[in-house]
Ligand binder design. Structure first.
Ligand SMILES: [Ca+2]
Ligand SMILES: [Ca+2]
Length: 124
């Protein structure tokens, strides 16, 4: 893709934020970068264990309509050392609870044989 011109309808950069509701608690997180590639800013939270959770808002959490409502409805757990997603979850419509996706992305499985790059120990 050639992106010579700016994005057509980008919401003002820098001033975005997203609400993440976990277990009845709401957190407001800055959403400044598009990690998922859909053109909308996502929020990211770094965890002490070296993973980053990326939150994405792509639909209305209550109706499921494809309109962002400012509340996160998808999340990916990314291993910082590899840059790969190691987990995925989404908000269950109706209950508003986070549900783990049972299986990873289908194309993440049979890739090129680049072995796990974990030289020298680790915490597991
Ligand atoms: Ca995004
Ligand atoms: Ca949402």
């Amino acid at each position: 893709m050639s992106a010579q011109d700016g994005p057509p309808a980008e919401p003002e950069p820098g001033g975005e934020s997203m609400t993440v509701e976990i277990g009845g608690t709401s957190r407001r997180l800055p959403a400044e970068h598009d990690y998922t590639g859909d053109g909308r800013p996502d929020a990211a939270v770094e965890a002490p264990d070296g993973t980053v959770v990326v939150y994405s808002d792509s639909e209305d959490n209550e109706t499921g309509a494809a309109e962002p409502d400012g509340r996160a409805d998808e999340a990916w757990v990314v291993d910082k050392s590899t840059g790969r997603a190691v987990g995925e979850a989404h908000v269950e419509r109706g209950t508003g609870e986070w549900v783990d996706e049972p299986s990873g992305p289908p194309d993440g499985r049979s890739g090129p044989p680049d072995g796990p790059s974990a030289p020298g120990g680790g915490s597991r």
